[in-house]
Design a protein around this ligand. Structure first.
Ligand SMILES: [Zn+2]
Length: 136
């Protein structure tokens, strides 16, 4: 499954033994993305809302192309600590709306820079981390 790249948050809950480890593994298997390349960055889609991240995003895209990636999966999660750090004053009840905004930016970015690579986005719940909502 080396033609798939998955981008998640760098949240330690994804690490071995963490709350999100098994749910992510289970989910990736369910969508046929087990064994994908995996990258982790603060806030996942948050990178697309930061102009300073543009060179890193382009570099990551080149790496994906060089590796033959044909499918790019971006996963955000709720209760992400990176979001209130980047958006001071963000209330927990407004977090989902903010993720939808940054995921929307990610979608636009991929349509512009990588129309040749299929792109999927999901928002992982925190109360039920086995629930991944597909975002279009
Ligand atoms: Zn996070």
């Amino acid at each position: 499954m080396a033609h798939v790249m998955v981008k998640i948050c760098m949240d330690p809950r994804y690490r071995p033994g963490g709350k999100y480890e098994k749910p992510l593994e289970h989910f990736l298997i369910s969508i046929g993305a087990e064994g994908a390349y995996q990258v982790s960055e603060a806030g996942a889609s948050l990178q697309y809302a930061k102009l300073a991240c543009e060179p890193a995003l382009l570099d990551r895209l080149k790496t994906a192309r060089d590796a033959g990636v044909k499918r790019y999966i971006l996963i955000d999660h709720l209760t992400c600590k990176a979001f209130p750090l980047h958006f001071p004053g963000l209330k927990p009840e407004d977090e989902k709306k903010k993720h939808l905004e940054t995921l929307g930016k990610a979608r636009q970015w991929h349509e512009l820079h990588a129309p040749d690579i299929s792109f999927e986005m999901y928002l992982q719940d925190d109360e039920d981390p086995y629930h991944f909502e597909r975002i279009s």
